[in-house]
Design a protein around this ligand. Structure first.
Ligand code: AMP
Length: 419
């Protein structure tokens, strides 16, 4: 920034959340936490930064998030800390640290908050973004997987967003399962190396599964003929997956099997899934998750299994569009003269106490200015209080939608507003 330039802008890839759009965002967060609470998921909060190793070991040292996208800094005591790029590793760290993994299990947790990844910003992809997340720790019963997915589907239904659920099983880490498949895949990728995009060639040894995620047309064409993990997972993983799908069918959750679905973070095992919304272009995943049965062990815990998902709040709001913001103010007071203003101030406080959204002009403006503010507030009613009304204990109630107005007793106001 030039030295004499005095205005600042939010850093690249970040944004401010301002009214009126902020209403929709906070309503969505509330809906999510309420929906999760109804299914027994308790709120948890963990720090926004963790020791860098939590993510290196948890998310995985070969994932792009860890190798390319983390905001890592050294604090004044020389410790390496990282702004969290995702929630799961920190939540599992907290569960182990506080012995929550000793039971009762499964431990069901929900969280919402900002995440940080140094990605190339574009529509739906930011450097600070908000995720809603649930995790269920300590049981590998297929019913736990099905519950997590079903809760996600229910949340989207309540939020009014049509999503497609893609689901896959990527097996577990054993020669008889994913490791064996990896070898078959690496062989295939080597045989087709020349046809792959250069970036994807480099991944063959480090993270072969991720080639399925490539957006490069050359790689996509090669991967159309790649061997599929669904043909190579072990009998146990196959039985687990088919039990999950049966349970989803039993609660009318529709899904699409996507044998090429792999997820960006290294910790995933078995069930993996993604929620896709229309109208978002290439950034169309509004959420995703999966099982991570080895994560706790890589963080120094015992064999605590787990499954969870993270939903992208910013993308969900983009997909929902600019609907009318929810408006909590029912009545806006227009008060003329000092005595009327003081009375309005008291009545507004008492309406708020009763749970009715009420507001008033705090700037002692004239009638015209206050009526304009009443309209702008989005309130259904304007309550006009002049000297005349004040003298008789009345108030003039104007319907800001229909335009009619009538004079009523102030004592009847609350009843009128709630009837
Ligand atoms: P992930 O943690 O990568 O599995 O992502 C879960 C969800 O978070 C995605 O489906 C997106 O909706 C959202 N998300 C991930 N990265 C970003 C980002 N950079 N900007 C906005 N939303 C994101």
């Amino acid at each position: 920034m030039a030295e004499n330039e005095r205005s600042f802008r939010a850093p690249r890839g970040t944004f401010d959340v301002l009214p009126p759009q902020s209403w929709a965002r906070s309503a969505l967060a509330r809906l999510a936490m309420d929906t999760f609470a109804l299914s027994g998921y308790a709120p948890i909060e963990t720090p926004i930064f963790e020791h860098t190793e939590v993510f290196e070991r948890g998310v995985g040292a070969t994932s792009e998030v860890v190798t390319k996208q983390m905001y890592t800094f050294t604090d004044r005591a020389g410790r390496s800390l990282t702004l969290r790029p995702e929630l799961t590793a920190g939540i599992v760290r907290a569960a182990i640290e506080h012995g929550l993994d000793r039971g009762p299990l499964p431990l069901k947790l929900a969280c919402i908050g900002p995440q940080f990844r140094q990605e190339r910003p574009q529509k739906g992809r930011y450097r600070q973004f908000t995720q809603i997340d649930i995790e269920s720790l300590g049981s590998d019963d297929p019913m736990v997987d099905a519950e997590i997915v079903e809760v996600g589907v229910r949340f989207f239904r309540k939020a009014g967003l049509d999503v497609q659920l893609l689901i896959n099983s990527i097996g577990h880490v054993a020669e008889s399962c994913r490791l064996g498949y990896n070898k078959v895949l690496v062989e295939f990728l080597r045989a087709n190396e020349a046809a792959l995009a250069p970036d994807d060639r480099a991944r063959i040894e480090t993270n072969p599964l991720r080639t399925f995620d490539s957006k490069d047309a050359r790689t996509v064409a090669v991967m159309a003929g790649a061997p599929l993990i669904s043909d190579h997972i072990c009998d146990d993983c196959r039985a687990h997956f088919s039990a999950v799908l049966d349970l989803l069918i039993s609660v009318n959750v529709s899904f699409e099997l996507e044998p090429r679905l792999v997820r960006g973070l290294d910790y995933y095992t078995r069930t993996t899934f993604e929620f896709i919304a229309g109208g978002l272009g290439s950034q169309n995943a509004v959420g995703g998750g999966g099982r991570y049965d080895g994560l706790a062990e890589s963080l120094g815990g015992g064999s605590l299994t787990g499954i969870g998902f993270a939903l992208g709040v910013d993308r969900i709001l983009l997909a929902l569009g600019e609907g009318a913001p929810p408006n909590p103010v029912t009545v806006y007071f227009v008060a003329l003269g000092e005595a009327a203003r003081r009375e309005a101030f008291k009545v507004v406080a008492s309406l708020r106490e009763s749970g009715i959204g009420a507001d008033l002009d705090l700037g002692a403006r004239g009638m015209k200015g206050q009526m304009k503010d009443a309209d702008r507030s989005g309130a259904r009613w304007a309550a006009i209080l002049g000297e005349d009304e004040l003298a008789t204990g009345d108030v003039t109630l104007k319907d800001l939608v229909g335009g009619e107005q009538e004079r009523i007793r102030m004592d009847d106001l609350e009843r009128r507003l709630t009837s």
